[in-house]
Design a protein around this ligand. Structure first.
Ligand code: NAP
Ligand code: ZN
Length: 359
């Protein structure tokens, strides 16, 4: 049970999973009052990330039930703390994975709060007052303004919501691999789901040649025609994978389930980099031969810092990058999670929390 301090006075309606069956049901809980550094947000939309599915099912063995998932949140500011200067009432804003960090370590000081070792997440985290954090599957959120970003005016709030996690999670490693400033690279995206489809759009917008590596042949046409991918490799087809050998500079792996990195590494040129962002519950296989024979590197990346998240939102505004979403009402969350588990979504479910869309 969540600890509740006396200033947790605001009653919020949300949706939670109560145990590892992962079934979601309505949940009424309390949030803190709006502090001097906080903004209160009326939640409009919340994306359904595969991380939500990992949490409700306790795939990673860390879930504190009841868990209110949701870290792809867009909404409108309804209260502003006295020390908050960069947000005002009515602002269109977004909240992603981060709720708090120490603000003092080298990573916090260097706009990489996502790597602070005291990081607390938007849900299933423990806030400074000892309470468990609850996410965006709820009608209202109180957030420290340092973990809130502006949503550019030209981006619709529903299709922008998944940028707050899926978007930043693929943007950050692309930036890290210099893909923003040096076009013309050959980029591979493994797994065409929520993260993968935004990655394709971003990599194309940044001027790269994009290869999707997928287990789903049925996604090929859409990947090329709608998302703009140049090539599509079916990862279970050894011949296709053979043809793609040594062709890519950078690969992002967004796969949510256990798999081997060996065949994926073979697609990299000598000195190429594979960035793993997918987080399967079991270790992925990393054979040494494709690593050493191609002097290749494998690294990870976790979401992004707040400055970078605002930059990503602005870049998406500039290039008009939004997510392909399937809007659902809250009473369809269980169905959506079941379909997500079956890899049956194009490409992100987004919950219409405020009921403002015509569904
Ligand atoms: P998603 O929408 O379910 O997409 C995952 C994709 O992986 C699927 O669409 C599928 O693509 C592929 N896939 C699924 N099962 C597979 C299997 N057994 N073998 C090979 N490929 C398989 O999930 P998502 O929301 O994009 O999240 C992906 C992963 O990233 C999750 O593990 C999530 O927890 C993690 N994540 C990490 C961060 C971070 O900060 N690093 C942030 C957000 C999410 P194809 O049909 O094309 O094969
Ligand atoms: Zn996520």
């Amino acid at each position: 049970m969540a600890l509740e301090t006396p200033n947790h006075t605001q009653t919020v309606a949300g949706w939670a999973a109560y145990d590892s069956s992962g079934k979601i049901a309505p949940y009424i809980f309390k949030r803190r009052e709006n502090g001097v550094n906080d903004v209160t947000i009326q939640v409009m939309y919340c994306g359904v990330c595969h991380t939500d599915l990992h949490h409700v099912k306790d795939d990673w063995g860390i879930t504190m039930y009841p868990v209110v998932p949701g870290h792809e949140i867009t909404g409108v500011i309804t209260k502003v703390g006295s020390d908050v200067k960069n947000f005002k009432l009515g602002d269109r804003v977004g909240v992603g994975c981060l709720a708090a960090s120490c603000l003092e370590c080298e990573f916090c000081k260097n706009s990489q709060e996502n790597y602070c070792d005291q990081i607390q997440f938007t849900y299933n985290g423990i806030f400074w007052d000892g309470t468990i954090t609850y996410g965006g599957y709820s009608d209202m959120l109180v957030a420290d303004h340092r973990y809130v970003v502006h949503v550019p005016d030209n981006l619709p709030m529903d299709a922008a919501a998944p940028l707050l996690c899926a978007g930043i999670t693929v943007f950050s490693p692309m930036k890290d691999c210099q893909l923003l400033e040096s076009p013309g690279k050959k980029v591979g995206i493994v797994g065409l789901g929520g993260l993968g489809h935004v990655a394709v759009k971003m990599a194309k917008a940044f001027g790269h040649q994009v290869t999707v590596i997928s287990t789903s042949p049925s996604k090929e046409n859409e990947a090329k025609q709608r998302l703009g991918a140049d090539y599509f490799l079916v990862s279970t087809d050894a011949k296709q994978m053979q043809r793609g050998k040594r062709s890519l500079d950078v690969i992002l792996d967004t796969v949510s389930a256990k798999h081997s990195l060996g065949p994926i590494l073979e697609l990299l040129k000598v000195n190429g980099t594979l960035v793993v962002v997918g987080a399967p519950d079991r270790p992925i296989e990393l054979p040494s031969f494709p690593l050493i024979f191609g002097k290749r590197a494998v690294k990870g990346s976790m979401t992004g810092g707040m400055k970078e998240t605002q930059e990503m939102m602005d870049v998406c505004g500039k290039h008009n990058i939004t997510c392909d979403v399937e809007l659902i009402k809250p009473d369809k969350i269980n169905e959506a999670l079941d379909r997500l588990a079956r890899n049956d979504v194009r490409y992100r479910f987004v919950i219409d929390i405020a009921g403002t869309s015509k569904l």
